[in-house]
Write a protein that binds this ligand. Structure first.
Ligand code: PFF
Length: 454
């Protein structure tokens, strides 16, 4: 198969369009919903530190590798892997890496959409003033009630899936690019407002301390794996989302510079979300370890008490939905491009198929919060299992093989040509990291998690 110079699916109109799209993919529920609740469950500061270290040492080099592979391959992750392994004269089995990405994307979107559906529901709930003057018990009861209804969760999950597929069906420029161009800046401004509010709360200092003063005795083996898994999840790495976005990247744009911008924006948003949420948690005597419902039981409380809360609250949940939307489109894009390339489908038909299968799988997540909430495997519900399997195992494994492919399988000259780094030292540092540090780091965290090393 000859390596195409441009993608048949289109191209971003500029470097900024790529940065916005990739940042749109990275910034999502992972930053606003997941980062605060797993930080709360894993004891705060020390967990944040391990997470930041993983972003720097593992996340940045792998993101560069994934974008580079995508831009060189210019096809769906599966076909890109076939092309590039042929270019390097290696086995076509590397396409399995593309496959695992497509499958991980499906699995993640199936539950991601359910949680985004919660966000959608909360847009309307805050707008009608449901939380006005409510105390912690009432807000908690409202959330519990909501989760207990499979019909409601299903309805919102369905609406969110339709929203996602509509954008994806419109394609690269008029769908994906237009969506992120407007959504990303809005999100940023609203987060600043939220942090501004939190700064005026008495417990702000306590929130800052929880996030930034590390106590390593609170870290378990699993915490380190969760921190690393989250570094992959939050940066959308290890499953081909960033690869496919890289395949739409114009020829001469710098991969290193854009990567720094994307990672910087993603990390900033996560920390800001933490700064907005934990002061409210402590101010109201709530448990930081409340789990996946954390932002749905803390923030409505604040909105119910602050002046103009209904307006801010509505805007905030709109923002959560926006962030989730620009991420969900990237979760399904690898599968859609593969269906178009290999099955001759038009984009619309491909979207319908991908959407239906994902929606069906989402039903399992919906039930895991009510009908199946007592059905557990390894002590985990269906949703917990999916989340653990994808974020903590599939994405880091995908990332590990992406690093190995970029550093050990592709020819150095090809990699050098594609990355086109002017800074020679920068290139050598990157190569050293993906060749040794990143793979060894991922393997150590895995071995540590399964108890082989201490
Ligand atoms: N990065 C997204 C978030 O933080 O919400 C989630 C995600 C999107 C993960 C795309 C993986 C992916 F490929």
């Amino acid at each position: 198969m000859a390596r195409p110079r441009t993608s048949i699916h289109g191209q971003w109109s500029s470097r900024w369009a790529f940065v916005l799209a990739a940042a749109g993919s990275a910034v999502g529920l992972g930053n606003i919903w997941k980062f605060p609740y797993i930080t709360g469950q894993n004891g705060g500061g020390a967990f944040v530190l391990v997470y930041l270290a993983c972003i720097a040492v593992i996340g940045i080099p792998i993101m560069m590798a994934e974008v580079m592979i995508g831009r060189r391959g210019r096809q769906s992750p599966i076909n890109t892997m076939i092309n590039l392994s042929e270019e390097a004269g290696r086995s076509r089995y590397w396409s399995l890496l593309g496959w695992s990405g497509v499958i991980a994307g499906f699995l993640i979107l199936s539950y991601y959409s359910v949680i985004a559906g919660w966000g959608l529901a909360y847009v309307f709930r805050t707008a009608i003033g449901m939380f006005h003057g409510a105390d912690a018990d009432k807000v908690g009861a409202i959330f519990k009630d909501f989760l207990a209804s499979p019909e409601r969760l299903l309805a919102w999950h369905t609406i969110f899936m339709v929203m996602t597929m509509v954008v994806v069906a419109r394609g690269v420029r008029s769908g994906l690019e237009q969506a992120v161009r407007f959504l990303m800046p809005a999100l940023f401004v609203l987060l600043i407002v939220m942090v501004g509010y939190a700064m005026h709360i008495a417990a702000f200092a306590k929130g800052v301390e929880f996030l930034f003063s590390p106590d390593f005795s609170k870290l378990s083996r699993d915490s380190v794996l969760i921190a690393m898994g989250h570094a992959f999840f939050t940066l959308s790495l290890g499953m081909g989302a960033i690869m496919i976005y890289g395949s739409y990247m114009p020829e001469r744009v710098s991969i290193a510079k854009t990567t720094f911008l994307i990672v910087g924006a993603d990390t900033l948003v996560a920390l800001m979300a933490g700064l907005a949420i934990f002061p409210i948690v402590f101010d109201n005597g709530l448990e930081p370890s409340a789990g996946p419902g954390l932002i749905f039981v803390t923030l409505p409380l604040a909105f119910g008490q602050m002046p103009g809360g209904a307006l801010f609250g509505t805007l905030f949940f709109v923002l959560v939905v926006f962030a989730a939307w620009t991420s969900s489109i990237s979760l399904i894009e690898p599968a859609v491009t593969w269906l178009v390339e290999n099955h001759g489908m038009c984009r619309l038909t491909a979207c319908m198929w991908a959407g239906i299968v994902t929606w069906l799988m989402g039903v399992g997540t919906v039930f895991s919060f009510n009908l199946w909430s007592e059905d557990k495997l390894f002590g985990k519900t269906f949703f917990d299992l999916l989340d653990y399997l994808t974020a903590n195992i599939m994405l880091p494994l995908g990332g590990l093989f992406i690093a190995i492919f970029a550093a050990w399988v592709m020819r150095e000259a090809d990699v050098r040509e594609e990355l086109a780094m002017v800074n020679k030292f920068g290139f050598r540092l990157w190569r050293f990291l993906v060749r040794y540090v990143t793979p060894v780091g991922v393997v150590i965290v895995f071995l540590n998690a399964i108890g082989v090393i201490k």
